[in-house]
Ligand binder design. Structure first.
Ligand code: PLP
Length: 380
């Protein structure tokens, strides 16, 4: 990125020498991304991130669909997909949101029976951002293809942990976001197989094959391509190492703390994700207590602008309210160490015990009010 900043920080659409230099850097990043994804260069359009790519996939494809079209998705998609589906619903598109099992997976048979003659597009994420569950995307995409239905997958959470090849997955559209694989924030892409009808979502100068106007974020794109290359190289070792740390964390929590449950599938999940519920604890209070110890976790979905609305993902698992209220997401990464896992395991039991005490005993011992003034005490 530094090299691109110093040598090629010009407009890649300009015809002068410097512009052509920026174009060459951009083209090479696109070529690298495409070949690592098993795609062709002209099938990759860079965007400002995962949200824009998801929006473009759904709104752009459905814009060209016949009137009365139907779209199938799942109840646990990211809001970037769900909000686009809300918009489509308002515009007259029929939307089916498939439920998931208690393990967080979409049932392929249920998916097949949801498809109708009017179904134009299906969108099911490769891996969930809250519970890490991996969906049987290749199987679902094959079913969609048999029915002549286009298939989009939001693969934002996957690159550091799962192989992604658009031909092997059999998908028509795929979303990526660089910051989920150690690239810069504010850059992503939408793969759209050649021939997939897609209306541009951002219009203007016609960049990105007319699919996404606006001068490209060349530095961000260069950073994304390098980060993706590294993610692909490091994936096998990083996944095995991270999954082992994650499993040690899960086992240690289960051995040291009563009344906990693991959310999502035990095996079919991302190597770095552990979502656990602590009965009798409100996740927000535990998040703050852990933060004061220098341990960063999430409750619900961190992407929702710091809001801690009840998680639609946990609700879709059909788990009881007390488990939904006390859910914490531990996200490990390439740099997570054994010592850090030890520290969480040493710190957590006392914090959970303290938060489980009746409120009177708890007062003066940590935060007792939500920011909005409501009591922090666990809900039923
Ligand atoms: N899709 C999933 C599964 C995500 O986890 C996220 C962000 O966390 C997004 C989409 C949105 O990506 P971005 O933050 O790049 O807009």
């Amino acid at each position: 990125m530094r090299e691109a900043l110093e040598d090629s920080n010009y407009n890649p659409s300009s015809l002068h020498t410097e512009g052509r230099r920026a174009r060459a850097v951009l083209d090479s990043a696109r070529q690298r991304m495409a070949s690592l994804l098993g795609a062709r260069s002209n099938e990759i359009a860079f965007t400002s991130g995962g949200t824009e790519a998801d929006n473009q996939a759904l709104l752009g494809v459905l814009k060209l669909a016949p009137p009365g079209s139907h779209v199938v998705s799942s109840a646990i998609e990211h809001h970037a997909v769900l909000s686009a589906l809300d918009r489509l619903h308002e515009e007259g598109v029929t939307v089916t949101l498939l439920p998931v099992g208690s393990d967080g997976r979409v049932d392929p048979a249920e998916f097949a029976s949801a498809l109708r003659p009017t179904t134009f597009l299906a969108s099911v994420m490769l891996a969930n951002n809250e519970i890490g569950t991996i969906q049987p995307v290749a199987q679902l995409a094959a079913i969609a293809r048999e029915h002549g239905v286009l298939f989009h997958t939001d693969a934002v959470q996957a690159p550091s942990w799962l192989p992604i090849d658009v031909a092997e997955l059999g998908v028509d559209l795929l979303t990526l976001s660089a910051h989920k694989f150690y690239g810069p924030k504010g850059v992503g892409l939408l793969y759209a197989r050649a021939g997939v009808p897609i209306a541009p979502h951002v219009i203007g100068g016609g960049q990105e094959f007319g699919r996404r106007s606006g001068t490209q974020n060349v530095l961000g794109i260069v950073g994304m391509a390098k980060a993706f290359e590294l993610a692909v190289q490091e994936r096998p070792a990083a996944s095995a190492r991270t999954a082992a740390l994650r499993d040690r964390l899960a086992a240690g929590i289960q051995a040291g703390i009563a009344d906990v449950r693991r959310n999502g599938s035990a095996d079919g999940r991302l190597a770095n994700n552990l979502n656990m519920s602590f009965a009798g604890v409100e996740s927000e209070a535990l998040l703050i207590a852990l933060d004061l110890e220098g341990i960063a976790v999430s409750a619900g979905s961190a992407c929702t602008s710091g809001s801690l609305d009840p998680s639609h993902v946990l609700a879709a698992l059909g788990i009881g309210a007390r488990w939904q209220t006390g859910a914490i997401r531990f996200s490990l990464g390439r740099t997570t160490t054994d010592m850090e896992i030890d520290r969480v395991l040493r710190t957590l039991p006392a914090l959970v015990a303290r938060l489980r005490q009746p409120r009177a005993q708890n007062q003066g011992d940590g935060p007792t009010k939500k920011p909005n003034g409501a009591p922090l005490e666990a809900q039923a």
